[in-house]
Design a protein around this ligand. Structure first.
Ligand code: GUN
Ligand code: FE
Length: 449
């Protein structure tokens, strides 16, 4: 158990999809469990008294004038083993990249020394980039996947980790797959039990996630069994859906229906489910997404390479679908959710205006598709917490103290006081580099110490 403490800080978080709350010099009080228990404004009568109390007890942190506080980011979809190949082979199509690069790399993770080396590095680097919660795909190998959960736990990151289930001989290489449908289910069940045993060893907790890779690599037998496990253990579920022309078409051909419908029938869609990518969802799929309350993990950087399309974030959000943000390492090359925020906005603007200058502007784009930086900041914080059903993403009473302390002096132009407080947030979201992220706290603990 930690000591109580308080921060005197200015900062920003999203009140909702469109609006940001600017906190000026507030006093944020954190309890022994790393939860925000009170927030005082400068004009609250108790502000000064409380501040002095924390100061006198040596429990007060005061941000410098050029520092701000932001909520930590939730990376809703990241392949931890693929960090080893980030920046590689992105000019290949998805299906070639999987066969020639990704599966051979992931197969190496049965070597626990190699797994440890890569997994420690990916957790370090994502923490350095402000990711306080990571929702990870590991690999087929159970032991190495449990190791990833342990590493998240020990380094202080809130990790949601899945052992990848893939058993269909027609869709997996023989050197990298579960032995068969039955073992795909029992290995996943054993993995869930292993991680549940670890879960409470860490203040911020680690969680098991049921992880069928995607329908092309799974048999009906395993998908059905995994659906039953989801019910039995009430844990989170993650997979890929309708990612690219190839992936979307492959499933239609394999099962005679779209992947979202099949996942729904197998009991794999629900409040605790996350499907990555999903730009090709059709109207009937959207209805299932809405009815099941499944979240989309939006991977804008990866989509620019592999997806052949841009996710219509604004439309799907307005229809009531929760959408969080993700790096999709290594389909997306960057471990930084800042890059995800930037690409989400850029892609949406290009979707709105269209990209082919030979077409008339009336038919070039898709109306009303552009999202704002505030929207993208919401996806990276509040929407991630909502997807996982945990209180993270806001700097409010009742939320976990998961924050990043940003130095706004370097790499960011500060020649005058910004016209509006939000202008500084936008400069940070667009220009901050890893070096600007001074400290990253998870559940009241500074992971940089
Ligand atoms: N579909 C199935 N596996 C993968 C993967 O590892 N990355 C991406 N982007 N899509 C996938
Ligand atoms: Fe992925």
């Amino acid at each position: 158990m930690n000591k109580k403490f308080a921060f005197q800080a200015s900062g920003y978080y999203c009140k909702n999809f469109d609006e940001v709350e600017y906190m000026h010099n507030q006093l944020i009080c954190v309890n022994e469990n790393g939860m925000i228990e009170k927030v005082f404004n400068e004009d609250d009568i108790e502000y000064k008294k409380t501040l002095f109390k924390y100061r006198d007890n040596n429990q007060l942190h005061v941000l410098k004038d050029d520092e701000i506080m932001l909520p930590g980011f939730v990376d809703l979809h990241i392949h931890a083993p693929q960090w080893a190949q980030s920046g590689t082979a992105l000019d290949k199509p998805l299906e070639v990249w999987l066969d020639e690069y990704t599966f051979p790399l992931e197969a190496r993770f049965k070597d626990l020394d190699f797994a440890k080396e890569v997994y420690e590095d990916v957790v370090d680097i994502t923490l350095k980039n402000g990711t306080t919660t990571g929702v990870y795909f590991a690999t087929v190998d159970r032991e190495a996947s449990v190791l990833l959960a342990k590493i998240c736990g020990e380094k202080g990151q809130r990790g949601f980790v899945g052992k990848v289930a893939m058993d269909d001989p027609a869709g997996c290489p023989d050197y990298y797959k579960d032995f068969d449908g039955k073992s795909s289910i029992t290995e996943t069940e054993n993995f869930i039990k292993d991680v549940l045993k670890l879960k409470d060893n860490y203040e911020q907790k680690v969680y098991p996630v049921i992880t069928p890779r995607f329908i092309p690599s799974c048999t009906n037998e395993s998908l059905e069994g995994l659906g039953k496990l989801a019910k039995k253990y009430d844990v989170h579920i993650q997979t890929h859906a309708s990612e690219s022309d190839w992936a979307h078409g492959f499933v239609k051909e394999k099962l005679g229906k779209n992947d979202v419908k099949a996942l729904w029938e197998f009991g794999l869609m629900g409040e605790k489910s996350m499907v990555a990518h999903a730009p090709f969802l059709e109207d009937a799929d959207l209805e299932i997404m809405i009815a099941s309350k499944t979240t989309i993990a939006h991977c804008p950087l990866s989509n620019a390479y592999f997806a052949n399309a841009v996710l219509p974030v604004k439309e799907f959000h307005s229809r009531g679908i929760n959408i969080g943000l993700a790096t999709d390492i290594s389909g997306g090359y960057s471990p930084s959710i800042y890059h995800g925020i930037r690409q989400a906005v850029i892609s949406s603007k290009m979707l709105q205006d269209g990209v082919n200058p030979r077409l008339d502007k009336k038919i070039r784009g898709r109306k009303n598709a552009a999202i704002t930086l505030n929207n993208a900041f919401y996806l990276a914080t509040v929407a991630g917490g909502k997807a996982l059903g945990i209180p993270v993403g806001k700097l409010e009473k009742g939320y976990a103290f998961d924050v990043q302390i940003i130095n706004t002096k370097e790499n960011i132009p500060r020649f005058y006081k910004e016209k509006h407080p939000e202008d500084l947030l936008h400069k940070v979201l667009l220009l901050a580099q890893t070096g600007n992220i001074k400290d990253v706290w998870v559940q009241g603990r500074n992971t940089h110490e």
